[in-house]
Write a protein that binds this ligand. Structure first.
Ligand SMILES: Nc1ncnc2c1ncn2[C@@H]1O[C@H](COP(=O)(O)OP(=O)(O)OP(=O)(O)O)[C@@H](O)[C@H]1O
Ligand SMILES: [Mg+2]
Ligand SMILES: [Mg+2]
Length: 615
């Protein structure tokens, strides 16, 4: 059984054609549905490399050293040999497979089952405490000795938290819908593309509202696909992925894009996205942009929830921004202040950074999902069912006008008020809430864009340079990368050395030290970029740049603008650590290429702000 999954992984790794991958996985999942339905949930989780819904926060990502130890002990090879192989091959999964293959076994252990493998992985992730390292190694060993063929390779990669076979989560979702479609229709007829597509849209749509296989897989096993939307829908307590916005260069661009449509301008608050939930039973929670549970960070906000609700408000999901607040001067403080707030185990009486919540959308109210309502409706309900509390809870400031001068005045006011600019949104037509989409119906206008800097990038730290002179003892600079989800690789984009306060240099170096690795990962695409030390891809930094240029050295967006050269940033400047983005949410190669192309168009047009003067 686990062998079948691993065989499928091998086939998937061997092709890059999305349709083929979908069909390979659908075939496998179909057999699971018909022959071992109880293992289906485990199989799906193994395919997407997760242990539970994202918001539960349980993760694998077992460190290289523990894995090497386990491989050594399970295969009777020395650590030195494994390290040497690793240096040569660069992939611990391959090393494990080769080590297992060369091992003489006295007897054949029982074949591994998907459900068993997944169960043990989950156990490993939950182990903590004093002797946890040893227990983990033992459990890994226990699985490893039963591995045959390529199983050790995928087992190790699952433990590392990265399969790297080019299997995107949305492909798993599509395959799952196809597999169920096949299982639910008679085999004599070949399904029409339309019917397949319909099944696909239902499953995808439901997942957007309720991103939890724990709920969706059992429902699919029990009911027909058409019934799924009635069984699974937006539910307070389970975070949905927030809707995202497109950057625009100027107010005139907004007016062009939204011509003939009703739209609204809102202040764009500069804090942290906060999705607030109230459940029927009174339970409450807050989630980040990344579906991380922030309840332990904002006990003060949870405590004020009752004050914010009108009397008939029993359950809801609110989309908000949490912003640092100056209680004396009664005004918004910059993001930098919010970032100094403690993140975990916050006690209300010790809070130094107060926050005010600015609500801009209502997604669910009293048992009903509002996602498909117009923004106009949702906003009316928001205002009717919630009550502003000075300095604690407010509605996002908004304004309707299609006059360029009016919007400019509103934008200037927002900047005066310590905001980042405006969010401009369709109000009636095409104004439903689109979870997890970067929608064309939400446009952001930031002050920075108007200054000609363009949007910031969120990049992953993969290398460092030993500091000299004033930076002795800390890193003098870092190597950054963007992420290419298609190739599942981090592509080096630039060296960065400016924008750091002395304090930041120290704290960043400290926070990265536990993630030092002996050599760059096989999935770092480096080109000619070099570094003194290498880091595991764990930290995301927001970075501003003067401009982007084609580079013979760096490999970001390679193949998109030039067949062999990548794109690099000129004069990159560190802004902040993005705790709310994981490395795989970093700016993509495609976005980098997009930014480069837009910049070319703008400078060719001789438009404003073309200068690239940087201090
Ligand atoms: N009125 C508002 N409506 C919607 N979002 C708002 C509003 N005010 C502030 N925001 C914040 O602005 C964010 C979108 O712009 P921002 O440039 O900060 O995105 P980001 O988090 O850097 O992500 P990305 O760059 O990937 O789009 C939202 O995620 C939300 O946190
Ligand atoms: Mg922001
Ligand atoms: Mg951004």
């Amino acid at each position: 059984m686990y062998a079948d999954l691993c065989a499928t992984f091998d086939l998937i790794a061997a092709t890059t054609k999305r349709l083929e991958i979908t069909s390979l996985l659908a075939t496998f999942l179909h057999t699971v549905i018909t022959a071992h339905p109880a293992d289906l949930l485990s199989a799906v989780y193994l395919c997407i490399n997760r242990l539970c819904p994202e918001y539960e926060g349980l993760e694998l990502g077992i460190g290289e050293s523990i894995l090497m130890k386990a491989i050594g002990e399970a295969t009777g090879r020395t650590l030195q040999k494994i390290k040497a192989d690793m240096a040569e091959v660069g992939d611990l999964g391959e090393v494990a497979m080769a080590s297992r293959g060369s091992q003489k076994t006295m007897f054949q252990p029982k074949p591994l089952e998907v459900g068993k493998v997944f169960k043990v992985l989950k156990e490993i992730a939950t182990i903590s405490g004093g002797s946890s390292q040893k227990v983990k190694v033992d459990k890994i060993k226990g699985l490893m000795v039963s591995c045959r063929g390529n199983e050790a390779k995928y087992l190790v990669r699952s433990l590392e938290g990265k399969l790297r076979i080019g299997l995107a989560e949305r492909t798993v979702l599509v395959s799952l819908s196809h597999a169920f479609f096949r299982a639910r229709t008679s085999t004599s007829r070949k399904p029409t593309d339309d019917a397949l597509k319909r099944a696909e849209d239902i499953v995808k749509g439901v997942y957007m509202e309720l991103p939890s296989y724990d709920q969706i897989v059992p429902a699919l096993l029990e009911y027909p696909i058409d019934e799924l939307p009635n069984r699974c829908h937006l539910t307070p307590g389970i975070p949905l992925k927030p809707m995202l916005a497109h950057p625009t260069k100027a107010i005139s661009e907004v007016l062009d894009r939204f011509e003939g449509k009703l739209f609204t301008c809102e202040y764009k608050y500069d804090g942290e996205r906060a999705q607030m939930h109230l459940l029927d039973d009174g339970k409450r929670c807050i989630f980040s942009r990344n579906s991380e549970n922030l309840s332990a960070k904002y006990p003060d906000v949870l405590a004020r929830l009752d004050k914010m609700c009108a009397e008939d408000t029993k359950s809801f999901v609110l989309d908000c921004e949490a912003v640092a607040w100056d209680t004396e001067k009664q005004c918004i403080l910059p993001f930098q202040v919010l970032s100094t707030r403690k993140r975990k185990d916050v006690k209300e009486e010790n809070i130094t950074v107060q926050v005010c919540i600015f609500a801009f959308d209502l997604l669910y109210l009293n048992g009903e999902s509002l996602l498909r309502h117009t923004l106009q409706d949702r906003r009316a309900l928001l205002h009717a069912h919630f009550v502003p509390v000075p300095g604690q809870f407010a509605f996002a400031k908004s304004m309707e006008s299609n006059n360029l001068d009016d919007i400019q005045v509103f934008l200037d006011e927002s900047i005066q008020g310590n905001c980042e600019g405006l969010m401009v949104k369709t109000l009636v037509d095409e104004s439903s809430y689109e979870p997890s989409r970067r929608s064309r119906n939400w446009l952001k206008v930031k002050k920075d864009y108007l200054d000609g800097v363009g949007d910031s990038l969120d990049l992953v730290v993969i290398g460092g340079y030993i500091g000299k002179g004033k930076r002795t003892g800390v890193y003098g600079g870092y190597l950054l990368a963007c992420y290419d989800p298609e190739a599942e690789e981090y592509q080096a984009i630039c060296k960065i050395g400016t924008g750091f306060s002395e304090e930041a240099l120290t704290t960043l170096a400290e926070s990265l030290k536990p993630h030092l690795i002996d050599q760059p990962k096989s999935y770092y695409r480096l080109g000619d970029a070099k570094a003194d030390v290498w880091f595991d891809a764990v930290q995301v930094w927001e970075v501003k740049t003067a401009d982007l240029s084609i580079s013979p050295v760096y490999q970001a967006a390679v193949g998109l603008v030039d067949s062999s050269k990548g794109i690099s940033l000129r004069f990159p400047r560190f802004i902040r650590v993005r705790d709310d983005k994981s490395p795989e949410d970093a700016t993509t190669g495609e976005q980098v290429a997009d930014m480069y192309n837009r910049q070319q168009i703008n400078s060719a047009a001789g438009g404003g702000g073309g200068g690239d003067d940087d201090e």
